[in-house]
Write a new protein. Structure first.
Length: 412
């Protein structure tokens, strides 16, 4: 349907404007009259020629979702009608993609859908966790409270992910720089030195000859190496896309020194924060575990959560299968057991999440402290070895010249 821009006055005489999707101009005017708005201008919005090209459309950022959730919660708690709140937020949203999605959500709600059902039509922006919590909030009449909890959860989860990504940026950048420097030296610098050395004749030092051989091989067979690299990358991706491959890779990641410990702590923090938010919002624990498992981000953790869910459905406690999985630390399982026995599982899960988020901070700091010197040593030793290989023949030639000069001075 086409989009129309409108402007008009409400019952209080205040000027309002916005945009809405409708079949025609008369439908827009009728819709505005139902909202007690006297339209003074209704015109069809010019079509953006790039609107249908998805690659050119802005993505919905986490900060957009957090801002919408907080503002919508405030509007609901202030007694503003659902549709009016959606209309206001749609009009003031700057992100074109998010504006279009909110407009569709508003139209669906106006058409009789529940807010949660309208959100479920846009799973890339509103995931299962979001829509299920909204559904629980609508059912319990506490939508404003649920939205506040959602905003806080999304913000804390985004901060957690940002910390982990930030820890990976430095080593990734140093690694890329090292690879680029080595390739440039092997492809462009070493051949120049090799040609110069060949003009002097004689045998090159072993280290220099090895570097020259590597340079010649890389220049002659770069396309084969590139093909092998691409092939290995594609094969790894296909392997990881399988059930067995995903489980194997995720399991190996958890067993890696330092990084594995960090990933485990992130998984525990995310699991406890998400499940605690869902239980406190009135979502049944079995439904909550099902949703949490799908958002775990690690197949080993996902399988452990689903095994826990299956045990609970058979009447067991949540802490017992968590302990048997071997994924969750004993302290977490014991605190969950205490939360179950005292009837305060949601608050206990939140305390665990707070603790492990602090643990993630320390793990990130430790990882950064360990990686920085290791990467610098790697970069320095790699470049230093290549420079040494290039200067060894120069030292050899200089020694030979000096020896010849010394021998000439002793002749009669």
């Amino acid at each position: 349907m086409p989009t129309f821009l409108w402007e008009g006055k409400n019952q209080q005489g205040m000027v309002q404007k916005g945009e809405v999707e409708a079949a025609n101009e008369n439908a827009v005017r009728e819709l505005l009259r139902k909202q007690n708005i006297r339209p003074s201008l209704v015109k069809q919005k010019p079509k953006d020629i790039f609107a249908d090209i998805k690659l050119l459309q802005p993505s919905v950022k986490t900060k957009d979702l957090i801002l919408f959730t907080r503002q919508f919660s405030t509007m609901i708690s202030a007694g503003l009608p659902l549709i009016q709140g959606l209309e206001i937020l749609t009009n003031q949203t700057e992100n074109a993609t998010f504006k279009k999605i909110l407009s569709q959500v508003k139209n669906d709600v106006e058409g009789g859908s529940s807010f949660a059902d309208a959100l479920k039509k846009h799973p890339k922006v509103f995931d299962n966790l979001y829509t299920n919590l909204v559904a629980a909030g609508e059912l319990g009449g506490v939508l404003d409270t649920i939205l506040q909890r959602l905003a806080a959860y999304i913000e804390k989860n985004a901060r957690l992910v940002s910390k982990v990504k930030g820890a990976m940026v430095y080593p990734s950048v140093i690694g890329v720089i090292a690879i680029v420097v080595v390739i440039v030296m092997l492809v462009f610098v070493i051949p120049v030195f090799a040609e110069m050395f060949s003009s002097f004749g004689g045998e090159l030092p072993g280290l220099t000859q090895a570097v020259v051989n590597v340079s010649n091989f890389l220049r002659s067979n770069w396309w084969i190496l590139l093909g092998i690299g691409i092939g290995l990358g594609v094969a790894f991706k296909k392997f990881k896309d399988t059930e067995r491959g995903a489980y194997f890779v995720d399991r190996m990641m958890l067993k890696m020194p330092v990084i594995g410990d960090l990933l485990r702590k992130v998984a525990v923090a995310k699991f406890t924060r998400t499940l605690g938010t869902m239980i406190s919002s009135g979502v049944p624990i079995l439904d909550g575990l099902d949703i949490v498992a799908k958002t775990a981000g690690n197949r080993v953790v996902e399988d452990a959560i689903m095994a826990t869910r299956a045990s609970i459905s058979e009447g067991k406690s949540i802490s017992e299968p968590m302990m048997q999985s071997g994924v969750f630390p004993p302290m977490v399982c014991q605190m969950v057991a205490v939360g179950e026995s005292t009837g305060a599982l949601d608050s206990m899960l939140s305390k665990i999440a707070d603790f492990y988020e602090e643990e993630v901070d320390q793990a990130v700091e430790t990882l950064t402290t360990l990686i920085e010197p290791m990467m610098m040593v790697f970069l320095g030793s790699t470049v230093g070895t290549m420079l040494a290989a290039m200067y060894l023949p120069i030292f050899k030639i200089a020694g030979a010249v000096e020896g010849a000069g010394g021998g000439g001075g002793g002749a009669p």
